[in-house]
Design a protein around this ligand. Sequence first.
Ligand SMILES: O=C(O)CCC(=O)C(=O)O
Length: 277
Amino acid sequence: MLSETEVQAHHAAISEDGFTILENAFEPERAEAFAKRIREIERDTLRPLGPDEKEEDSSFFRTAGLLRLDRLFWDVPTDPAVCQVLDAVLGPDFLLSTFSGIDLKPSGPTVQPLHPDDALVGVPRPHATPIGCTAMWVVTPFNEGTGGTRVLPGSHKEPLDLLFSQDQERLGQTIQPDLQPGTILLFDHALFHGASDNPSDDWRLGLQVSYHVGWVRPYTNWFRSIPIEEVRAFPEKLRDLLGYKTYHGIGTANAEPGSYRESYTGRAARDPRLSLE
Ligand SMILES: O=C(O)CCC(=O)C(=O)O
């Protein structure tokens, strides 16, 4: 647990810089256990390449469905220190938005463009209050030599246009913190950030744990209140309204747990609708 002073310091850093770093947030032994288990899942579940797909088309393996795949991951989203800071930043009853492993391939020019995680949230920047935060759990070393996450301090308060501008001076202020396994990088979704090239010979693994404010939700929880057997009989448009569809292709419609390839240059095609088979 963090002291009240520590919570306030992390909250102030997120407000001011858009991110904070929780050092020694989890034991190196846990990092090793996460790495071992994710690599096993990758080996056992990685989706085969499609007919027109090449291995080099992908930048990393994403492992989704961790909560169903192993109890080992159950106490990741509920980490007490992260939740203390999120209570302060996002307010009560924040929700888990997504949770997956990101295993960046070695020796690859895979640089991911800087981006905010809430680009499709249709409210003006800077947001009056943060809408979501991502906790990046550092499982293997993150630094310039391994493709560690880059962040542009203070960019959560700047317009989206900055990303498309030629303002090399401002964009050049992007930093790539040197983070040891056991560290958590916690940032406002509005912050410009991104993975980087991984010039090393090793895979770079992080757990991406993303949350959003509690008020981003339908008033009625349709997934709980209407059994899936009944949803199957509904017309497609009605199912879409209940949430069985992505938003502009964003959001994982396919809830299948396991590992799949993703590319930073061309996002892997996702089903716009959840299969109700
Ligand atoms: O893997 C990273 O370092 C960052 C990943 C990221 O920002 C994303 O997938 O949106």
